[in-house]
Design a protein around this ligand. Sequence first.
Ligand code: URA
Length: 295
Amino acid sequence: MSSQLGEHLRAVEEELRRWRSEGECTVHVLESSMELVRAAVRDSTAVEKKPTSASFPSEPSPPTPSSPAPPSAPALKELPSPPEIELPEGDRASKMEWLRDRVLDCPTCQANLNPQGKVVFGVGNPDADLFFCGEAPGADEETKGEPFVGKAGALLDKIISGMGLQREQTYIANVMNWRPQHDNPYGNRPPTQDEMNFCLPYLKAQITLVQPKVIVALGGTAVSGLLGHDPNRRMGDVRGNWAEFEKVPLMITFHPSYVLRNGSDKIKRMVWEDMLQVMEKIELPISDRQRGFFT
Ligand code: URA
């Protein structure tokens, strides 16, 4: 298979894996699209099989199912042990400022940044009852240095306002403080478990300071970052369930990017039902109109 086609298929594979981590269980592909893929694969293998008089050194063989394609990440830098955080004395605001400076200056975070990218620390109300946790900054977030400021962030803002709150009343953070590097010209690479384990103490310290009544984990990668990897965990099974992180109730829901991609009222309703559970837990008033969203 041509290396270009292989690269594109790997990008598709990676994106599908990402969708699955966000909660997608089924993908519908038009027969006409499948036919295009089949034809592209047929053409590229036919070209490769044609005997050539002057042959070039062959490409390394494509990965087989037993040697899966490596993620299209540049050779990942080895990460040191996760940082140990000892918060200084002081009030909540000054501790948060200390932590923010510590994260923004973290040499490992800095070393893993994309060119022009910024380290991203949480934002919002340090006294918030509600703590949203996503996975990692994307392109918009690493440019601005703030979590959830792109399209997924715009949807998260709508969800928050549907709950009768403003973004500034909540606290929003990611498991990761940098955008994972990758070689594809577009899209995002989900962080590895090692990367998330490295950043976890920074997230834990933010949770310790905020002391929220509820954490909402947005998508499967955030769940793996918070609760650890479990190969048997499926978003379709755990979404809408309560778990616990550091004794704080943790609601698991779909990632806003998945909701945007899926676009159906059914998925919006599922996320909304999760948010209704959260509103009940933190004792927010719920109107009949709010109860009925997306029904
Ligand atoms: N997706 C995330 O998980 N976090 C962000 O900050 C943006 C998009």
